[in-house]
Design a protein around this ligand. Structure first.
Ligand code: G1P
Length: 297
């Protein structure tokens, strides 16, 4: 039996500069798609994949995230009095039990690899997951669950993978494929944000990872990579060089890049349209708006 994946790291130390001024006083991860903060989607997905320990790598100014996952006795009491059962249920999803969630600080913004490495003592000697909350994935079976199921057969390291247009490729970690096995891809290399002419493929890493603890050891030996940062991609690529198995996993689902304004808005619209109570009114508004914009052009 393979060791179960029960720990996940959520790197949430980024400044969220693309969403300024909104992110001047609230963490990017609290920005909401309809009525649920980005981080809630990540936590829900992790829970459904069997994660029991949630490790947040934060930075200065992320206090609102800690409050979000805390109990809210006054609010709960008032909802109980008013018999608002649905809202109470909804609140429950965001409340973590003591000991279930851990916050550690990344003192300097040295890159994703470094952020994950900050959790090394909590991970100790087990395989673990990493979820980047900017990548929101709508799927019937949550993306990380799909990966955990695939990992039960493969072991090794696994990254979520998706084809991206060549013009976008240098915004991602890209996979060099040794063997295409349907949804599984055997990897022979990985490059973080290469120049277009150096891209090994148009298969990009998306923010879901299952990693072995040796990846954390690798991070400790890395020099600065793309963008002058310590890159997680480089630490995983070292696993391939050391002869260990690394797989890409083409997930079923729709991914939204909520680190960009356009992706965030697309996700907002898609999630709102999937809500029966919002759909009709919103559709009507969208059709009218698009038609009048077109007519004005
Ligand atoms: C990070 C990773 C990159 C990956 C991307 C997916 O980049 O470093 O390999 O492709 O997430 O969203 P970032 O978007 O933080 O620059």
């Amino acid at each position: 039996m393979r060791k179960k994946i029960t720990k996940a790291i959520f790197p949430v130390a980024g400044l969220g500069t693309r969403f300024l001024p909104a992110t001047k006083s609230i963490p990017k991860e609290i920005l909401s798609l309809v009525d649920r903060p980005l981080i809630q989607y990540a936590i829900d997905e992790a829970r459904e994949a069997g994660i029991k320990e949630f490790i947040f790598v934060t930075s200065r100014g992320k206090g609102a995230l800690e409050d979000y996952f805390d109990g809210a006795p006054q609010l709960e009491q008032s909802l109980r009095k008013k018999n608002k059962k649905e809202l109470l249920e909804e609140l429950k999803r965001s409340t973590m039990d003591s000991g279930e969630i851990v916050y550690i600080r990344q003192r300097e913004a040295l890159g994703l690899g470094h952020a994950v490495w900050c959790a090394r003592r909590l991970i100790a000697n087990e395989p673990f997951a990493v979820i980047l909350p900017d990548d929101v994935i709508a799927a019937e079976k949550p993306c990380l669950k799909q990966m955990v199921e695939a990992y039960e057969n493969t072991g090794g390291c696994m990254v979520a993978a998706m084809e991206v247009p060549p013009s976008m490729a240098s915004a991602y970690g890209l996979l060099d494929i040794e063997e295409n096995m349907g949804s599984l891809l055997k990897i022979k290399g990985m490059v973080e944000k290469p120049e277009p002419e150096d891209a090994p493929s148009n298969l990009a890493v998306i923010g879901r990872y299952i990693l072995t603890p040796s990846v954390l050891k690798n991070v400790g030996t890395l020099k600065k990579g793309a963008g002058g940062e310590i890159q997680l991609t480089d630490a995983i690529a070292m696993e391939v060089e050391n002869g260990s198995d690394v797989f890409g996993f083409r997930f079923d689902g729709q991914r939204y890049d909520c680190g960009s304004k356009s992706g965030f808005l697309q996700a907002t619209i898609a999630f709102a349209l999937s809500r029966p109570e919002l759909r009709d009114e919103l559709m009507e508004f969208m059709v009218e708006t698009v038609e009048s914009r077109r007519a004005a052009q």
